[in-house]
Ligand binder design. Sequence first.
Ligand code: GMT
Length: 378
Amino acid sequence: MSQPLKIGITCYPSLGGSGVVATELGKLLAEKGHQVHFIANSIPFRLGGTFHKNIFYHEVEVSDYYVFRYPPYEMSLATKMAQVAKMQQLDVLHVHYAVPHAVCAFLAKQMVGDQLKVVTTLHGTDITVLAQDESLKDLIRLAINESDAVTAVSQDLIQETREVLDISRDIDLTYNFVDKRIYYPRDISSLRGDYAEPHEKILMHISNFRPVKRVGDVVDIFARVHEKIPSKLLLVGEGPELPKVQCKIQELGLQEKVLFLGKQDDIAQVISLADVLLLPSEKESFGLVALEAMACGVPTVGSIAGGIPELVVHGETGFLAPIGETKRMADYAIQLLSNETLASTFREACLKRACEKFCDGLITKQYEQIYYRVLGRG
Ligand code: GMT
């Protein structure tokens, strides 16, 4: 390996795809011998309580000085980034999300000096939601333009970033990835009976139940599938749309057929229970959950939105239809669930694609190359 680096990572530490990607990347970099310093407001959940060699955690504490109407989190974060960078002599600060993390990294760099290189990874919401707000646009553009390198998790997100923010700089494509030691088809034989009868198929949806996930469509798709195929729907996660979804399930009389599993940590185990994953999102910059499913041999039926088509190959590792076309999605799911040969072909294709295109080793190496490049050691 080239010289080990000292890398600071800032991400949203709670449950969510960007936090998962950032934390798993940090763990893999640490395993490769780099020193990784997480700078966040709480310990990233994927670090758990276990000890990891080469991983350090620096907590951001927000000042509650009485003249502040709102606690100035961003100032505290920028200051902490600069302190850690100076104290630990960080080479690179890798921030996930432009707002507020890349903005804070920009400030930290002003305090530390140009030797600190900033790499920003765009995960979606900062472009697809926040950059639509005119009052934030200039700030997001500044944070992106001032980063030493910018990466985005799909080609679609790169294009949207260029269009929405009128940005012309280079943006590297760094897809989401899965650790193949964790994401593989798990043996669920002793567990499956707790969720479905032997003759029933299992459809699954996993998300944060935000409107953008269109969980109502998940229920519509399931209602149609259930008319033709004995099946259960497992809903994993929690979020603002959950009460509405519960009402819809009651109205359709499907309450015996839909199980709510709440938030789950061991997604590989849970996802291995599924015959099909449903992801009919309105927007989805990549769709990490569909990759997690793919790596466990589970095909996705979903929408042609954002980066999903870059991940799911229509007719090979899943089926895709335009956003909101729940009948078509249901027909695709029925096709998969009623044909064992087709299901097993898709399963094999899923395992192959996840391993070849989105494995941890490949993507970690891409990030390392970007770090060395911005440091002039590429
Ligand atoms: O899916 C979410 O809403 C969570 C969000 C996040 O901030 O963690 O996920 C985003 O980043 C993930 C990791 O890059 C992507 O796989 C998700 O597609 C993306 N979510 C959206 O674009 C809605």
